[in-house]
Structures are given as structure tokens and as C-alpha cells.
Design a protein around this ligand. Structure first.
Ligand code: ADP
Ligand code: MG
Length: 385
């Protein structure tokens, strides 16, 4: 981590010809459980990970915004007077979209000074670990500081979401930014996506001798836009036919009756959301009452529900989950929006290397590309370094 911080300082100086005035960073996230529940106004349980996007920033005397990233081979420039969502494209829509979204939350964009930003990151891009929320949160926190806006972290999470919704054009919920802004060491963020209330939940992985292993299948999830939209539409249809505002309002006990009202596909989509919501609540309760060693079955059930009812898994994710379970993991599931990306496995520390070897072997045997397997721990949210 120290390395990246030095790199980002050096990258800033090399790109802009002067020393940055500060360094800020924000983590990616993993969702422990609660998939596709966010836009159904339900519950999620993500945690911030020890992979971060780091930015160096210097304020300018004029009104120019300049931004460069290790990720991209270009320096993007825009004057603050031209900052509209429509004027933003490509990767810079994430950070500059945040500057615009701060204007929607009270920053006086006609008066604030311009800035230079250099970005570096060890959050894998497009793996479902939310490199997007990491860059948004780092920039939101930095501009909140240097523009002296005094916005709180929950508001800054909404700023990141607004940037992603309006400047990038991705219809995502508030989960990723909340995890990145609010995360704490060895803890998860229990978020109610209706009220936006959140609570820090002790994970106790370290005490239980457990780690979370990420298995990034390398299957790109960016082509998933169609599938994601379809699932959202099914959920909306289900809620409408059941006469509720959102599927959050349907209980597991209501499912028998829902089956008589809905067609088979819509019913199975609804059943995933309703049972998944309950699994988030159960996971929080089990963590509190019994500890992390007892949540494995809930992770497994979540994967089965996404595979069979919500139908958003792919063979690579199923193989990763099955292989992990047969090689020491106490629970495993795909994580993120689906159609690719990563799986997570909850693994006793002494089983990790066996599990990694087994995953590599299984993928080779099936002729799949080699997955990237690594351990993450639950880390602190965005901060000034
Ligand atoms: P995920 O959030 O799962 O990693 P997304 O598609 O939501 O995937 O966001 C990835 C996009 O965010 C990248 O394609 C890029 O446009 C932007 N991005 C993320 N990290 C960086 C970075 N370090 N520098 C520049 N752009 C980044
Ligand atoms: Mg993202």
C-alpha cells in the first residue's frame, strides 16, 4: 500500500509538474450477502476491502479540472463552467461526475477552484469489487475536504451514486458507495436500502480463523447490462402484481400465495429476492449470536437461489463455488450482479492454499481461463492518508 501511495505522489508530480497537496483513498467492496436486493428496497451486507483507489490532488488558481489515471493513457481536461453530465464520457465520467454531483448537493460550482487529480488503484476493474465506487468515494471525500463542503459520509455516498446514475448512466443502487464510505476494519455495513439506515456489524473473521477468498473468474460482466435490466423489470412486475411498493414488502410466508398469482419465471425471480432479504437478516443475527463460523449455510443457499431462481450465475461461477465447498470452504457464493465476475468463499486460514490449488486445477480441467484467486479482509472506508 505504501508503494501505491508513493507511486501516486510521483505520478502526480510527473504529470502536473508540482507536488500534490494531499492524498485520499477509498476501498472497493465485496457483498457478503444480499444480491439484487438493493433496488427492491431490501437489505445488503457488504464490506470494504483492503484494496484501494488512491488519488493525489492539488487545487488550481483557475477553474480547470485536469485528471489522469494509471488506468488510462490520457489526460482529461474540462473547465468547471462546462461541467454537465452530458459533457462527460469514458472513465473520467466517474470522478468528474462526482464534482458535478457535489454541485447538486450544495457545492457552488460557479465559485469553487479547479483541481488536478492523479489516480492509482489496486482494485481490479470490472471484477465486481466496485472499482467504480472506490474512485467515486475517493474523489468525493477529497473534494469535500478541499472545497470545505462539510458533507457527511452518507451524503457523499449519495453523491457517488448520483454521479454513477447520471454522469456514467449506470442505474446502480447505493450499496457500493455506502460500503466504500462507511466500512470499518473486520466489519460489514448492514444497509437498509429503503431507509438508508446503516449499522456496522462485527464480522469476527479474524477471531474465528476465517478469511474471505475472492475467486475472480475473469468472465467479463459488462455485457450483463441486458440481463440486469431484465431482472429489474421482473422484480418490478412481481411487486406490481402482488400489490406492493417493492419486493421488500413481501415476506417468506407470503410466497405460497404469490405462486398462485405469478407466472413461473416471475415467481422464481420474486422468490430469490424475498428469501435473499431474509438471508441478510438471518446472517446479521447469526453473526451476532453464533459468530462467523455459522454463516456458511446462508452463503450456500444464496448461491443456489441466484443459480436456480434468479438465473444470473455462469458455469465458471458455479465451478468456483462447488470446488471451494469441496476443498475446505464453509460457505461460498457468487457475488455482485452476476453473469460473470467473482465468487467469494469463507475459508479457514489453514485451508486457503489447498483451495487455491484446487480451483486452478478445476478451471484448467474444464478448459476455462485461469481465475485470479486472492484473500481480502474487511478494511476501513474512505479516508485522507
Ligand atoms: P466495477 O465497479 O465492478 O469494477 P464498473 O464497470 O462499475 O466495474 O466500473 C469500472 C469503470 O470505472 C472502469 O471501466 C473505469 O471507467 C472506471 N474506473 C475504475 N477504477 C478506475 C481507475 N483507477 N482509474 C480510472 N477509471 C477507473
Ligand atoms: Mg461498479
Amino acid at each position: 500500500m505504501t508503494d501505491i501511495r508513493d507511486d501516486v505522489r510521483a505520478g502526480f508530480a510527473e504529470t502536473f509538474g508540482y507536488e500534490a497537496s494531499g492524498i485520499w483513498s477509498a476501498p472497493g467492496r465485496v457483498n457478503l450477502i444480499g444480491e439484487h436486493t438493493d433496488y427492491n428496497e431490501g437489505f445488503v451486507l457488504p464490506f470494504a476491502i483492503d484494496r484501494r483507489t488512491i488519488i493525489a490532488l492539488g487545487l488550481r488558481e483557475d477553474r480547470l479540472m485536469r485528471i489522469a489515471s494509471e488506468f488510462a493513457d490520457e489526460l482529461v481536461e474540462l473547465d468547471l463552467s462546462e461541467l454537465t453530465p452530458e459533457n462527460l464520457t469514458g472513465w473520467s465520467a466517474y470522478p468528474l461526475g462526482v464534482a458535478w454531483a457535489l454541485g447538486e448537493h450544495g457545492a457552488d460550482l460557479a465559485a469553487v477552484p479547479g483541481f488536478d487529480i492523479f489516480v492509482d488503484s489496486d482494485v481490479p476493474v470490472g471484477a465486481g469489487l466496485s472499482s467504480s465506487a472506490a474512485i467515486e468515494s475517493a474523489v468525493a471525500l477529497a473534494l469535500n475536504d478541499v472545497w470545505a463542503l462539510g458533507l457527511d459520509r452518507r451524503t457523499l455516498a449519495r453523491v457517488g451514486q448520483l454521479a454513477e446514475n447520471r454522469a456514467v448512466g449506470a442505474p446502480t443502487g447505493i450499496m457500493d458507495q455506502s460500503a466504500s464510505m462507511l466500512g470499518e476494519t473486520d466489519s460489514a455495513v448492514f444497509l437498509d436500502c429503503r431507509s438508508l439506515d446503516s449499522e456496522i456489524i462485527d464480522l469476527g473473521f479474524a477471531a474465528a480463523g476465517l478469511e474471505i477468498v475472492i475467486i475472480d473468474t475473469g468472465v467479463n460482466h459488462s455485457h450483463a447490462t441486458g440481463g440486469y435490466g431484465e431482472r429489474r423489470a421482473s422484480c418490478e412486475l412481481g411487486a406490481k402484481l402482488l400489490g406492493v411498493t417493492a419486493l421488500r414488502d413481501v415476506a417468506v410466508a407470503d410466497l405460497d400465495q404469490a405462486r398462485t398469482i405469478l407466472d413461473d419465471v416471475t415467481f422464481r425471480r420474486v422468490r430469490h429476492i424475498v428469501t435473499e432479504n431474509q438471508r441478510v437478516l438471518d446472517t446479521v443475527r447469526v453473526l451476532r449470536e453464533q459468530g462467523a463460523g455459522a454463516i456458511g449455510d446462508l452463503l450456500d443457499a444464496s448461491h443456489q437461489s441466484m443459480r436456480d431462481d434468479f438465473e444470473i450465475s455462469v458455469p465458471e461461477l458455479d465451478l468456483a463455488v462447488e470446488t471451494a465447498r469441496m476443498n475446505g470452504a464453509i460457505g461460498a457464493r457468487m457475488t455482485g450482479g452476476g453473469f460473470g465476475g467473482a465468487a467469494i468463499a469463507l475459508v479457514p486460514v489453514d485451508a486457503i492454499s489447498r483451495l487455491q490449488v484446487a480451483i486452478d486445477g478445476a478451471f484448467a480441467e474444464h478448459g476455462y481461463g485461469q481465475p485470479d484467486t486472492f484473500v481480502v479482509s474487511a478494511a476501513k472506508g474512505a479516508g485522507r492518508d
